[in-house]
Design a protein around this ligand. Structure first.
Ligand SMILES: Nc1ncnc2c1ncn2[C@@H]1O[C@H](COP(=O)(O)OP(=O)(O)OP(=O)(O)O)[C@@H](O)[C@H]1O
Length: 335
């Protein structure tokens, strides 16, 4: 495994500036997630590291070496794509063994067999080793695709939304497993997604990207609790953070220059019935939790509410702020 350093990367496709001055240092053994909307430049970043594209400017170092002149094979990376890309005519076993059979590796059949079985067990596909890879469910195919990357020990694993084609239950399962395996192997992993839950649960550090720029890098806790600007604040949190004018609600102490207040559920105190300044519009029942839609003058807010909170549409409530986030007119975070 190795550290990977991206310095001032730039990439343009025709009129589209896909990446602008991107700097990122991924430490050896670190799980970094790039989180951003579609078209943000996430896949382009992975393709540049893998050597599938050449940057217009900047430098990529893997394990301290500049890889500019190196082919994808020489760079020693393993790529997992969104769509399982298995060899359909091969069994699961052969798919897993394939990357180990390259002549340069000079591994004995016993070594290959040991490694294949070890990884198959890790990704929980060991009971299907003799199956044709086409005779598998979507989740199983994706396990094999991930296993086929993990069977090697490259400098870095690059994963492009590897779980996005799976159903929610399987995604949640594989998310946990992938994190466990990465820890076990001590792998360096750069993972791309637009799913905030994946980013929050798996990453050692998250990089928030938008329009080809890296806006902030930090631990999930830092990115969630200490966002640098409105854009980053809006990427995380369910329901979405409420962006309110500075004078809408009492509570908090907005610093000079505050234009917008960012209020998530934990920044809103609700008291039913007393000194009402807001009204419950409607309640979305999601089972384990409720989304409370609230109206304050002509502004609408959404917050999480305890399912046992005795409240109904039309009820008047008192809403106050508790240590919310403050942003200036340009969207930058204030203290
Ligand atoms: N080969 C290409 N030719 C032209 N434009 C491209 C090419 N590859 C990427 N782009 C453009 O570069 C920008 C960044 O694309 P990229 O695929 O890196 O985004 P992304 O963040 O991975 O998005 P998604 O989540 O949809 O995969 C987009 O505007 C995209 O249309």
């Amino acid at each position: 495994m190795a550290d990977v350093v991206l310095k001032d990367l730039n990439m343009r496709f025709g009129d589209t500036q896909a990446l602008s001055n991107l700097d990122l240092a991924i430490r050896d053994g670190e799980f970094v997630v790039l989180l951003g909307p579609t078209g943000a430049g996430k896949t382009t970043t992975l393709r540049l590291i893998a050597g599938l594209e050449r940057p217009d400017g900047g430098r990529i170092e893997i394990g301290g070496r500049n890889v500019a002149g190196q082919s994808p094979a020489e760079r020693d990376v393993a790529f997992v794509f969104q769509q399982y890309s298995l060899y359909p005519h091969m069994t699961v076993y052969e798919n897993l063994a394939f990357p180990l059979r390259a002549p340069v590796r000079m591994l004995s059949n016993d070594e290959i067999d040991r490694r294949v079985r070890e990884i198959a067990q890790m990704v929980r596909i060991d009971h299907k080793l003799d199956n044709r890879s086409t005779r598998l469910s979507g989740g199983e195919m994706q396990r094999v695709a991930i296993g086929r990357a993990l069977v090697r020990e490259p400098a870095i694993y690059l994963m492009d939304e590897p779980l996005s084609s799976l159903d929610a239950k399987l995604r949640a399962e594989l998310r946990l497993e992938l994190k466990r395996i990465q820890k076990e192997l001590g792998s360096t992993l750069l993972y791309v997604t637009h799913d905030q839950v994946e980013a929050m649960t798996m990453a050692d550090r998250i990089g928030i990207v938008a329009e080809g720029r890296l806006l902030q890098v930090g631990t999930p806790r830092e990115i969630y609790g200490n966002p640098a600007n409105l854009h980053v604040a809006a990427r995380l949190g369910q329901p979405h953070i409420n962006l309110l004018p500075a004078d809408l609600l009492p509570g908090g102490s907005p610093p000079k220059g505050t234009k917008t207040i960012g209020a998530r559920t934990e920044h809103l105190d609700i008291v039913v019935g007393k000194d009402a300044n807001a009204e419950v519009d409607w309640i979305e029942h999601l089972g384990d939790q409720n989304h409370l839609h609230i109206r304050v003058r002509d502004h609408k807010l959404v917050t999480l509410a305890d399912p046992y909170l005795s409240i109904k549409p039309g009820d008047r409530i008192n809403l106050t702020l508790r240590d919310p986030l403050y942003f200036d007119a340009s969207g930058q975070r204030l203290a």
